[in-house]
Design a protein around this ligand. Structure first.
Ligand SMILES: Nc1ncnc2c1ncn2[C@@H]1O[C@H](COP(=O)(O)OP(=O)(O)OP(=O)(O)O)[C@@H](O)[C@H]1O
Ligand SMILES: [Mg+2]
Ligand SMILES: [Zn+2]
Length: 276
């Protein structure tokens, strides 16, 4: 299975290289095209006069899918191959890598998501009153910089390469975006519809936004919709199984845990950002 992942990642690396060397749009007004063959029309006419897709189309499709997935540009390069496996992160790595490798079989199952959680949630740690104890417990139960976003981005790229439509949203960003469009009914429906209907939704940092009734309603609406349609939903959070319930509400958490049953991984360890 690791060999298959590595082969796909080699393919991704090659495609990235060619994406880099070909700008998507003409670079100047002097007819400079990223594909000289079709002058960026994506079609070419063959001898008998019929039009066929140009070979650059596959690459442009991939480019479009990466763009519409909203993966953070900082993480487009993240791969399974460059993830350093350690005893404390092995279960998380295997869960995400196996999911990537077996997505077609998993997606049709009732439990077709992944949840990466903390062992002791941020909310619980922040409630410790004694400041010395608080920093001690925070260090002992660190859930930051473990590579959750890294692994979920590698998963997103892997699925995009297989032609899946992936949407990767960051909790604070998506809540801010929905909040902005809340007084524009059409805009709000469009934004929420994209999240609800994504073929694969990856929700990073779930529960980060400040909990209000309005935020709880948005979580419920999106999660309930995806639960009913059995659409694959993966998430990461710095909360644990108990504190996430407080952050997203009982009804949303119950559905989310059911969707990710068998793939809820609670992880803690050293912050990679602070290593070396
Ligand atoms: N095991 C690892 N091997 C290689 N790189 C790693 C590993 N763990 C983390 N990183 C890198 O460390 C940085 C932080 O990782 P990442 O943002 O994925 O952590 P996170 O668990 O999502 O943290 P947070 O909870 O703060 O969002 C990233 O640049 C990521 O690529
Ligand atoms: Mg993260
Ligand atoms: Zn072309």
């Amino acid at each position: 299975m690791d060999a298959i992942l590595l082969r796909i990642e080699e393919k991704i690396a090659k495609l990235r290289q060619s994406l880099k060397s070909r700008p998507a749009t003409p670079t100047s007004s002097t007819e400079e095209y990223s594909c000289e063959k079709c002058c960026d029309k994506e079609f070419i006419q063959v001898e008998d006069g019929t039009w066929i897709f140009c070979e650059c189309r596959k690459l442009r499709d991939l480019q479009r899918r990466i763009k519409s997935s909203m993966i953070d540009s900082q993480f487009i390069k993240a791969s399974f191959g460059d993830y350093k496996r350690q005893p404390y992160n092995e279960k998380m790595y295997r869960t995400v890598a196996e999911y990537a490798g077996n997505f077609e079989q998993i997606r049709v199952q009732r439990h077709n998501g992944i949840g990466l959680l903390a062992v002791v949630g941020e909310k619980k740690l922040n409630e410790i009153l004694n400041s010395a104890r608080k920093s001690e417990e925070k260090a002992r139960h660190n859930s930051y910089g473990l590579g959750k976003t890294h692994l979920l981005s590698a998963l997103a790229m892997h699925l995009i390469m297989q032609g899946k439509q992936v949407l990767m949203v960051n909790d604070s960003d998506i809540i801010a975006e929905l909040r902005q469009s809340q007084f524009d009914e059409e805009g709000m429906e469009k934004a929420i519809g994209l999240v609800e209907n994504a073929e694969v939704l990856i929700w990073d940092d779930l529960g980060k936004a400040k909990t209000t009734d309005w935020v709880l309603n948005q979580y419920y609406r999106i999660i309930n919709y995806r639960y009913r349609k059995q659409l694959p939903t993966c998430f990461s959070t710095n909360e644990d199984l108990d504190t996430l319930v407080d952050k997203v509400g009982d009804a949303a958490a119950s559905r989310l845990y059911a969707m990710c049953k068998g793939r809820l991984v609670c992880v803690e360890g050293p912050d990679y950002r602070l290593l070396g």
